[in-house]
Design a protein around this ligand. Sequence first.
Ligand code: KIV
Ligand code: NA
Length: 264
Amino acid sequence: MVATTIAHLNKLKANGEKIASITAYDATFAKLFAACGMDFMLVGDSLGNVIQGASSTVPVTTDDIAYHTRCVRNGAPHAFVIADMPFMSYATPEQAYANAAQLMQAGANMVKLEGGDWLVETIQGLFQRGIPVCAHLGLLPQSVNVLGGYKVQGREQSAAQRTLEHALTLQQAGAQLLVLECVPVELAAQITAQLDIPVIGIGAGKETDGQILVMHDMLGLNTDYLPKFVKNFMHDADSIEAAVTAYIKAVKQQTFPAAEHIFK
Ligand code: KIV
Ligand code: NA
């Protein structure tokens, strides 16, 4: 497989080719995802839910993410791997530097942080120290106890405007990628059009530069509540490899997400 870097993702955006990505937590799946041609992988703190069985991402630690990042890196030596910074691991810029360093040394190419313009100094500092940052706006699962549940974000005009402003501010601060989670398709389209960096959506419609899904959701392994934006690609596949290949193809050909997966 061709080595994948942030430059590769920028080129895909420039060429108008959609970016296909997925969460990964272990070497075996990471190797399979890389072989199928996945553009990047995220060691998500969703591992709190799907690996550890917790009811939110709040209990996840930097050591947990570092362990799974090493597993993914071992399985996919050349893949572009993003590691989530977990709850409270970037509460101050200094904490962010130390914890992000641990994740980079575990094999990540980039770290992801949830939040808006309060992260400007942290993102600038990480960038200056050689640590690329992916921002994450919209639904912020680490803030579930503040939000009072997992709900679509940015439906009101004022919240949508604020999200757009945060996105521009974080790009200005040095963020090189943005994940938008659970926002209306119109807002995701507006943010994608205004940003130079690639925007990856989950539950954010089909206008973003790419898509990401939690692997357990798209492989039909999650027997609990499934969010509206998820598609189980095992339905029409006779192997995991076929399902993953179908997902990548559906993202590239823009048949996923379809109307039934999109918040208006
Ligand atoms: O942790 C995770 O899996 C994520 C994705 C949902 C973007 O942050
Ligand atoms: Na996450």
